[in-house]
Write a new protein. Structure first.
Length: 293
């Protein structure tokens, strides 16, 4: 039993005759009759009660034919819906982009780009999951999202990726902080002050802790929070310093951003699983971000 045979049966049920059904299907009547006969043989039942008159072969479905036609109606409807959905996705008039992003990118880098993407593709749904870089990596590995923005250190052989941005990591401090007079700050000097840090799961925290370990330093962590706006308020009031991506500090913030000495840069890649098919919507989103870096 195949889809064509179900379509043939449906046409017979709706027209009531082989002649009309064949015309509706744009096929020869003998071919239609043979198709229905093969279906009956395959199932081992009679699907159509055939009677004759001078003008045409009149038909009625048997009990078995009626039951099969009910199933055929549902199957053909589902196929039609599937075809319509796939065509819509191929034409980017339907679909969903699921993406996991680090908190700072979600707050400072992506909003304008997401709005521009939505303006270009208003029918596509965007599902954004914001958290630490480790959260983004985990969600991509577990296929909870289709795309994730992760650090270069998190790239794995199972991923395809493209470099999205290269951003400098800076030290954020209040205008009255003792380090404010420095043009650049060494890691040694950085660890001599109270720190405001992200919680576990953020690349910045892991990087700071690893640098402290290499230097034999013990970080003096005064505050821990994943709320970037709270971090900025604490820093602006002089209660600690932190390290963030340069994009997180704007001219409106009462915060100074000083580079490390030597400078530190973070490469962020947009990645997806090689073995997971990339949808047209995902591909459009990746291409859009790469064209609007």
């Amino acid at each position: 039993m195949d889809i064509r045979q179900l379509k043939h049966l449906d046409a017979l049920a709706s027209t009531g005759s082989f002649t009309a059904a064949a015309k509706k299907l744009n096929m020869a009547q003998p071919a239609l009759s043979q198709s229905i006969k093969r279906l009956e043989v395959a199932l081992g039942v009679t699907l159509v009660n055939r009677t004759s008159n001078k003008n045409d072969k009149l038909l009625a479905l048997t009990a078995e034919g009626l039951v099969l036609h009910q199933h055929a109606t549902l199957i053909l409807k589902q196929i039609k819906q599937a075809e319509a959905q796939i065509r819509a996705m191929a034409n980017l008039t339907s679909g969903e982009v699921r993406i996991a992003v680090p908190g700072m990118l979600g707050s400072f880098y992506l909003p304008s780009r997401l709005m521009a993407f939505r303006h270009k593709y208003p029918e596509l749904k965007l599902s954004l999951f914001e958290g630490g870089t480790r959260d983004a990596l985990r969600m991509l590995q577990q296929e909870e999202v289709d795309i994730a923005i992760i650090t270069a250190q998190d790239l794995q052989p199972e991923f395809d990726s493209q470099l999205l941005i290269r951003e400098q990591m800076v030290i954020a401090m209040g205008a009255e902080h003792p380090l404010a007079e420095h043009n650049a700050v060494s890691l040694n000097d950085f660890f001599d002050h109270e720190l405001v840090m992200f919680k576990t799961g953020y690349f910045h925290r892991e990087w700071i802790l690893s640098q402290a370990k290499d230097l034999g330093k013990k970080p003096n962590v005064a505050f821990e929070t994943n709320l970037i706006n709270l971090i900025k308020q604490i820093v602006s009031q002089g209660f600690g310093i932190t390290s963030v991506l340069e994009m997180a500090i704007s001219s409106k913030d009462d915060i100074l951003a000083k580079p490390f000495d030597p400078p530190v840069f973070l490469n962020l890649h947009i990645a997806w699983k090689k073995q997971r098919p990339v949808s047209q919507a995902d591909r459009a989103f990746v291409d859009f971000l790469m064209s609007n870096r």
